[in-house]
Design a protein around this ligand. Structure first.
Ligand code: CDP
Ligand code: CDP
Length: 216
């Protein structure tokens, strides 16, 4: 049977990873959080005190990073990564790492190789438009910046972080802007993607709405 590839794209906090993970469980396929890959490179750069604006140095780090996924967890050079890639420091820098073309080439290679041998649902920004333009299904999730900011705020507060709602909304707006305006493989809705506005919708409502479009 042919591998199934499902693309889930959209701006920060739209619910992509939550929904994609649940769909992966329902369909018993792999889930790949492509944002975690760009976060992992950013984390490694920060750990090594690399200036994120120094593209050459960032590319060097990216080339030294081997990224794997096992049981929905990301591994960087064999070490599992968890909340250390979700800090505000990583969030504030990740879009400037992700706009570097050479970094994207490296990450997209990993993503395409996974899709070649497994049925997979991937969430990101350019999955339907660039990484898998022939994906079987493409979804584009959106919600207002205020709702997305509040969701992320709640999530971080529940994890015990001392965060500020305004700062989070500003980070989301700034990242969306950099992600949408970068030259190479920007955040964009693919022409054939199904757009779902998740504002005011529960996680279950969005999952049902996605599942209703999938025939397998
Ligand atoms: O979860 P959240 O929406 O905050 O972000 P993420 O999915 O973890 O992605 C973090 C950042 O990685 C994004 O803001 C983009 O700059 C970048 N990214 C990307 O450029 N392309 C992707 N396919 C996925 C993420
Ligand atoms: O991956 P992305 O940045 O698009 O968003 P996420 O990390 O899946 O979702 C951000 C937060 O919003 C999570 O805490 C979800 O539980 C929550 N969420 C929600 O409250 N309602 C939805 N319809 C979807 C997500």
């Amino acid at each position: 049977m042919k591998n199934l590839v499902i693309a889930v794209d959209g701006p920060a906090g739209a619910g992509k990873s939550t929904i994609a993970k649940l769909i992966a469980e329902k369909l018993n396929i792999n889930y790949i959080d492509t944002g975690a890959m760009y976060r992992a490179i950013t984390y490694k750069c920060l750990q090594n005190n690399i200036d994120i604006n120094n593209e050459e140095e960032v590319i060097k780090i990216a080339k030294d990073c081997e990224i794997d996924f096992k049981d929905n967890n990301i591994y960087l050079n064999g070490e599992i990564l968890k909340d250390e890639i979700r800090t505000m420091e990583v969030s504030n820098n990740v879009s400037n790492v992700a706009k570097i073309k050479e970094v994207r080439y490296l990450m997209v290679d990993v993503q395409r190789n996974i899709g070649k041998i497994n049925s997979v649902i991937l969430d990101g920004r350019d999955i339907g438009s660039y990484v898998f333009p022939n994906a079987d299904y493409k979804f584009f999730l959106v919600a207002t910046p205020e709702e997305r900011g509040k969701r992320r705020y709640k999530e971080l507060v529940n994890k015990g972080y001392d965060v500020n709602l305004e700062e989070i909304i500003n980070d989301i707006i700034k990242r969306d802007e950099i992600d949408s305006n970068r030259e190479f493989a920007p955040l964009v809705k693919a022409d054939d993607a199904i757009e779902i506005d998740t504002t005011g919708k529960s996680i279950n409502e969005v999952v049902q709405s996605v599942l209703s479009k999938i025939n397998i």
